[in-house]
Every structure is written in structure tokens, then in C-alpha cells.
Design a protein around this ligand. Structure first.
Ligand code: NAP
Length: 524
């Protein structure tokens, strides 16, 4: 039988009354355990805490972490023992002792062994490495496993890349050699995030989450609400497929909100996580090879963002995979369903479907329509290219005219009807739609306008903004006041995500649900 990974909320005890309230709130939010960090507590404080009957009902881990292992307890072994003894009276489910304490502090180890079996908390033997990943984490696991009293092996180290996080997850495979042990293996920091978000799939005994606004006790601890609502940690199973967003930075992306909500709604056994990865092609290639080779991970697909869209295209070609759709040298999606990877780009088709839905047009309606595109960067190039393919007449307006001219020339060379003009010449009198592809008006500069307020705009003109934060940009409010048909950037975001979801899972995307999830993630 598979048991769910539990979620522990760490609380550094400092003010018993306030901390008791935090513990109760954590349980309400879905915590299964509280890790009471008693590094700075006194026996009297412990008594005050457990005088609260609500606190006494919550399963808990007792930890008094010394400074030499990254904690805050600065006293000697005997005063630590006294604190542990005072706290054990309140029946913790687990006692976390550092492996170094177990082997190097006989009074504490002796005290634990002297406890009657039914009063003994389950022993977590832990090892923390804040500088970097230790040389051989499996050796540490074997050293912990050598102590028959240990019930849980906990190893935490700071990750310098995704590969370190995979090393942490691989320890769950090594753990199989020790059937008496459960494991908690954590790669700390931003790069270690999958060691926490995939903890359920790998069968961790528990993992740590913090309350919104609460303090963490180690770098990289996610919010408990994210673990439960986004990553569905307690529902994860070992055979679930894994998808994710690779790039850097990825911490702000709402793709996990959208894709996990969609998988949940569709009953699809999978989870979508973040793979933070800066760097060049070689780092990208190495990481992808490692992710694909991991037998327990079941990586099935990736969304790709800055700085790897070109690297992803190169990777698929180098692996003799297939690029679906027009090859523009950059992709935002890789599928790993067969022996060879498949690359595709859903950005521009996602933008196109948002445009068609919002305007009430079919693809056939596009032929001969005049579109004004503002901007000549990546988003503009993708949309201009797909609109040219559908027979639109395009005018590309850009601050940097040579850039717009180069894009227009490229589209003309493929048979498109396209001209480039300086942004100052913007004129919308005969356009069917204007598509805004610059960051002007994006959070936090929400009062900025990419076009002059005084620009004439015919009622009924379609105005699409690619910016999705804020949802209603100043441009869209301006255009609404003039009777335009307005399309929000969030629809393009959801459009590309929905196409990705369909490519990942083969299922129809629940688009409205993905939009709601994206907006919740963006706080809109
Ligand atoms: P990009 O490649 O950096 O291009 C930026 C474009 O904006 C360039 O044409 C640039 O003009 C222009 N620009 C920048 N600052 C400007 C300013 N102050 N005044 C006038 N023009 C300015 O960026 P991108 O990837 O195309 O992204 C552009 C926008 O699209 C962003 O706001 C992004 O949020 C949005 N986007 C949305 C989605 C979605 O799913 N909704 C997807 C992709 C992108 P120069 O050439 O003169 O520098």
C-alpha cells in the first residue's frame, strides 16, 4: 500500500501563544505535522506551549538543532538534553537528531535508548549540508541506516543545479536497500525545488511547507498551499508522469498553476513542476539527458522558456527528433513520448487562437485583413509569421525601425504582404486589428501607454494586448472606451498553455479552468 507523503510545517518556537495559533492555522491549511523547532526555547516555554489543548492534539516532530548543524541552539549537550527531556514529556511522534549527535553525544543517544518503547518517538537521523551537495550522499544514507534505532533518514543539502535535486531524489531508490527506513531527502534552495514538489511521487515520509507569510527554516521551502493545491502532493503516485517548465527564472511563472489544474480536472495522472536552469546549450543538453535517463521520474514533456527556446530547438535536431509546424529556430515545447523528442511552438498558435476567439473570426476570415503589429521582438515575430501565413496584410510598427524592416523583409521573402514603419507613424484608420507586442504598460508601469491617447480608433476595431499583468491594461481600457473589441493577453497565455496541455496529454484542454488558475496565480 502506498501511504501519502505528509506535510510538515516548521515553527521556530519563540512566543508560545502566537506560535500555538500558527500551528492551529497550519493544520487548518492542511499540515499533517508540526516541526517544533525548539532551538531557542526553554523548558518553561515548552510547558506553556503544550498547556494549549489544541496544540497537544497535533502530531509533531521535536527538533533542537545546534548551531554547528545550521540551527540556533548554542548551548552545551547537557542543556540540550534537558530541553529534549522536557519536550519528550509531550509525546512527539518524531525526534530529529543529527547523525553527528547520535554518534558523538552519548548522553543524548543513551537517553533515547533508555526510554520505554511505547514512550519513544520515532527517531529521525539527519544530516545537513548548507554549503553544497556532499561528495557521496548515498554513503551518508548508509551511515544512517547502520543505526537500527533510526526510523527515518533525513539528508538535506544545498543544490547548485537541477542535477543536485535529482541526486536527492535518487536517494529514494537507494533507500530500498533499507526496508526499515523511511526517507526525507531535500535539495535546498531555488535549484532544489523538485526535491520538494515531487516528494509525494518519490514516497518521502514527509516534506516541509510554510504558511503564507510564515517564516521558513531552510531555503526553498514552498508554501503549504502550493504543495497541496498546485502540486497535489498527497495524491502523487510513483507512476505519475512528470512535465515541467525549464528555463530561468521560472519562479514567477503561472504555468504550474494552469497545467496542474488542467491535469487535476481531466483526471490525468501527472504533475507539472519547475526546473530552474540558467546557462548555455551544454548545460541544457546535459540536464535534459539526465532528466530523460531517470527511470523513476517519467519525464513526458517540457515547456521551455528564456533562455532556452533556441537551445531546445537545437537539442531536438541534434537528437534527430522532429520539429512540428514551421521551424523558426525556437520552440517552447518538447515532448518525450517516443524514442525521439518532438519539438513544437505553441506561442504563436496560442496567440492566434486567442485572437480568433476574441474577435469571433475563423481562420478563413483572416485572409486579406489588415493587421497593425506594435513591436518587432519575439512575440511580434511569432504572431506576424502566423498571421502572414493566413493571408493577413501586416504593418509592423517598432521603435527600432531596422528591426521591424528586417522582420518585414523576412515575411515578404516567404510571400507575405508586409511593411515596416516607425512607431511614431502609427495609424489605425484602415486596420481590422491592432496587436500590441511591447512590454509598455506591463506591471509595475501600469500607467504607460504604447500608443498616443489621441490616436483615432474606429469602433469595432479589434485590439489585442499581449501583456497579461495587469489583465486590463491601460491600452485595453482606452480601447474599450472607444468601442473596440478587446482581447486580454491572458487569453494568449492560456491559448499557448492549452495547446501544450493537449500535446502533453492527448486530452482536450479545460480552457476556462486554465484561465481561472492562471489568473489566481497572477493574483488577478
Ligand atoms: P522582446 O523580444 O524583448 O521585444 C520587445 C519589443 O518591445 C521590441 O519590439 C521593443 O522595441 C519593444 N519595446 C520595448 N520597450 C519599448 C518601449 N519603451 N517603447 C516602445 N517599444 C518598446 O519581448 P517579447 O518576448 O516579444 O515580449 C513582448 C511582450 O509580449 C511582453 O510584454 C510580454 O509580456 C508579452 N508576451 C506575452 C505572451 C502571452 O502569452 N500573453 C507571450 C509572449 C510575450 P525595440 O526593438 O525598439 O527595442
Amino acid at each position: 500500500m502506498t501511504t501519502s507523503t505528509r506535510i510538515a510545517v516548521p515553527i521556530m518556537l519563540s512566543d508560545a501563544a502566537a506560535d500555538a495559533k500558527t500551528a492551529v492555522a497550519a493544520v487548518r491549511a492542511g499540515a499533517d505535522l508540526i516541526e517544533w523547532r525548539m532551538d531557542q526555547a526553554t523548558p518553561a516555554m515548552v510547558d506553556t506551549l503544550f498547556a494549549d489543548s489544541a496544540v497537544r492534539t497535533i502530531p509533531w516532530i521535536l527538533t533542537v538543532r545546534p548551531t554547528w548543524e545550521g540551527g540556533k541552539f548554542a548551548g552545551d549537550d547537557l542543556s540540550r538534553l534537558a530541553l529534549i527531556q522536557a519536550a519528550v514529556n509531550y509525546q512527539p511522534e518524531f525526534l530529529d537528531l543529527e547523525l553527528k549527535t547520535w554518534t558523538g553525544c552519548p548522553p543524548i543517544a543513551h537517553y533515547y535508548r533508555s526510554l520505554e518503547r511505547d514512550r519513544r518517538p520515532k527517531l529521525i537521523l539527519s544530516s545537513h549540508h548548507f554549503d553544497r551537495r556532499p561528495e557521496n550522499p548515498a554513503e551518508i544514507l548508509s551511515a544512517i541506516a547502520a543505526h537500527s534505532e533510526a526510523g527515518v533518514a533525513k539528508i538535506a543539502f544545498t543544490a547548485s543545479g537541477v542535477q543536485d535535486a535529482l541526486d536527492a531524489l535518487e536517494l529514494y531508490e537507494s533507500l530500498k536497500a533499507y526496508p526499515h527506513l523511511q526517507g526525507v531527502f531535500l535539495a535546498m534552495g531555488e535549484h532544489g525545488t523538485i526535491s520538494r514538489t515531487l516528494a509525494g511521487k518519490y514516497g518521502a515520509a514527509f516534506t516541509f511547507g510554510v504558511l503564507p507569510g510564515g517564516a521558513s527554516t531552510a531555503p526553498g521551502q514552498p508554501l503549504i498551499t502550493e504543495l497541496i493545491d498546485i502540486y497535489r502532493l498527497k495524491a502523487q503516485r510513483p507512476d505519475w508522469s512528470v512535465f515541467g517548465l525549464i528555463g530561468f527564472p521560472v519562479a514567477q511563472s503561472v504555468s504550474p498553476h494552469m497545467h496542474n489544474a488542467a491535469m487535476h480536472a481531466a483526471g490525468f495522472p501527472g504533475v507539472y513542476v519547475r526546473f530552474p536552469l540558467p546557462g548555455e546549450f551544454s548545460a541544457f543538453e546535459r540536464t535534459i539527458e539526465r532528466l530523460r535517463a531517470d527511470r523513476r521520474l517519467h519525464l513526458r514533456g517540457l515547456s521551455v522558456t528564456i533562455p532556452h527556446k533556441e537551445n531546445a530547438c537545437r537539442f531536438v535536431k541534434a537528437a534527430e527528433g522532429e520539429i512540428r509546424g514551421r521551424d523558426v529556430g525556437a520552440i517552447n515545447t518538447i515532448l518525450f513520448s517516443g524514442a525521439k523528442p518532438i519539438g513544437l511552438n505553441t506561442d504563436a498558435p496560442g496567440g492566434l487562437s486567442a485572437l480568433l476567439d476574441g474577435a469571433g473570426w475563423t481562420a478563413a476570415d483572416l485572409n486579406g485583413r489588415h493587421m497593425a503589429i506594435i513591436g518587432a521582438g519575439g512575440a511580434a515575430a511569432g504572431l506576424a509569421s502566423i498571421l502572414a501565413d493566413h493571408g493577413c496584410r501586416l504593418t509592423i510598427y517598432n521603435r527600432n525601425l531596422p528591426r521591424a524592416e528586417s522582420l518585414a523583409a523576412q515575411l515578404r521573402s516567404r510571400g507575405g504582404e508586409c511593411q515596416a514603419l516607425p512607431l511614431g507613424d502609427l495609424n489605425l484608420h484602415d486596420v481590422d486589428a491592432m496587436i500590441q507586442c511591447t512590454p509598455v504598460g506591463m506591471h509595475p508601469h501600469i500607467d504607460a501607454m504604447p500608443v498616443p491617447d489621441t490616436l483615432p480608433l474606429r469602433p469595432g476595431t479589434v485590439v489585442m494586448d499581449t501583456i497579461y499583468n495587469p489583465r486590463r491594461t491601460r491600452l485595453l481600457r482606452w480601447a474599450t472606451d472607444r468601442g473596440a473589441v478587446c482581447i486580454e493577453g491572458v487569453n494568449m497565455l492560456v491559448g499557448q498553455g492549452a495547446l501544450q496541455f493537449e500535446a502533453f496529454t492527448g486530452l482536450a484542454a479545460p480552457v476556462d479552468m486554465m484561465r481561472d488558475a492562471a489568473c489566481r496565480g497572477l493574483g488577478l
